[in-house]
Design a protein around this ligand. Structure first.
Ligand SMILES: Cc1ncc(COP(=O)(O)O)c(C=O)c1O
Length: 379
């Protein structure tokens, strides 16, 4: 990794800028080759210190709340999109000051807010989130098409024509998915919502397009989008990935505080927490990669990693190393920039990790450290 992690504060979320640029270059290529727009879904990645860089490649951001919309407006600029399963009346006026593209989750929500929206912002775009009733996501927690989903309107619940003022449809049904899942999604959208496509201006295909993953078929993504556009040349297409922007762009670097032995298992206690700092590991669940470690190998020094909280389940699985670990060793969890960072908590009073960037020029930029006031102010 070639970064002097020994000299950095611990634990730390460390963005590797060069890797972010690589992802952004790919996204620029996709936008140009397919003739579409890609915007950043801030729910997946909100390290706003990187927004000026991302803005050089992506024309805008999308948000899921008043606060994200404000962050997008103030720190990202460009197009500010917003979608919420239900907007609040007491927040809508302020939201109007930040966003210019509003996706509504139901016709009732559109009817409730349309007058205020168009009176205040005649040039704003309004859209409707639809449920394409197709998803390859196997974990229900991340599947917006499960029976009983509250996210998006089903085709069978829509009238023959859309109400005046709805200029776009918005579909989000994928999660870390490939381009073939998008192809199938488009087929479903055509089959279920085809009657609306000639009458709208824009189709937002949500997030979940993991185009920066090594095995993603980028050329197939481009040809799928181009084929679709050839059928509907009047349609502007938008993708709004979060994960793909920050995919494999940084680490959570932590330090071994102690090693305890429990029924034949060596447990290394870290100065971070899996539960508080990497909640997706427990929620999803998944086993993150640790630099220099493998899955357990018989005969090799093997450890289970536990966090600093007293939650019994605050641990990740077992890993083997070539040489035994010592107290003070650094443990580098890979791919910790998307979601995990925006979902951190101060559970147990554990301090939040520092934040920094390893710049492409090969220098470290410290962004922030947290303390007691950050913990207390939330309570
Ligand atoms: C409406 C919407 N758009 C975009 C995204 C970003 O998805 P991803 O980070 O998987 O690309 C999400 C994630 O939940 C979402 O709900």
């Amino acid at each position: 990794m070639n970064i002097p992690i020994e000299s950095l504060p611990s634990p730390i979320f460390l963005m590797h800028e060069e890797k972010l640029v690589k992802n952004l270059e790919l996204m620029r290529y996709v936008q140009q080759a397919a003739g579409i727009k890609i915007i950043l879904a801030m729910k997946g990645f909100s390290m706003y210190h990187t927004f000026p860089l991302i803005r050089q490649y992506l024309p805008g951001s999308t948000s899921s709340s008043l606060h994200e919309a404000r962050l997008g407006f103030e720190e990202f600029g460009g197009e500010t999109h917003v979608y919420s399963p239900a907007y609040r009346e007491d927040e809508f006026d302020e939201l109007l000051g930040y966003a210019n593209h509003f996706s509504f989750n139901s016709l009732a929500q559109f009817e409730k807010f349309q007058q205020k929206l168009f009176q205040t912002k005649p040039n704003a775009q309004a859209g409707l989130r639809i449920n394409p009733e197709y998803s390859t996501v196997t974990v229900d927690l991340y599947n917006p098409c499960i029976p009983g989903s509250r996210l998006g309107v089903r085709a069978e619940d829509l009238p023959e024509t859309l109400p005046e003022g709805i200029e776009f449809l918005h579909s989000h049904n994928l999660c870390e998915s490939d381009s073939y899942a998008l192809e199938q999604t488009l087929q479903n959208i055509e089959r279920l919502f085809g009657r609306f496509l000639p009458h709208i201006k824009l189709l937002n295909l949500g997030g979940g397009h993991l185009m920066t993953r090594e095995d993603y078929d980028v050329e197939h993504l481009i040809s799928t989008l181009k084929n679709f556009k050839a059928k509907y040349p009047h349609l502007q297409i938008i993708l709004e990935p979060g994960s793909a922007v920050a995919w494999q762009t940084g680490y959570l670097v932590s330090t071994v505080l102690d090693i305890v032995h429990s029924k034949g298992i060596d447990v290394a206690i870290l100065d971070c927490s899996i539960s508080a700092h990497m909640p997706d590991v427990i929620e999803m669940p998944y086993k993150p990669k640790i630099h220099g470690a493998t899955d357990p190998v018989a005969g090799k020094p093997t450890y289970r990693f536990g966090g600093q909280t007293c939650l019994a389940g605050d641990f990740v699985g077992d890993y083997s190393f070539d040489t035994p670990l010592k107290i003070g060793d650094k443990i580098v969890f890979d791919d910790m920039m998307h979601y995990t960072m925006v979902k951190t908590t101060t559970f147990n009073g554990i301090n939040l990790p520092h934040m920094g960037i390893w710049k492409k020029e090969g220098v470290y930029e410290h962004l922030k450290s947290f303390g007691y006031q950050d913990f207390k102010s939330r309570l």
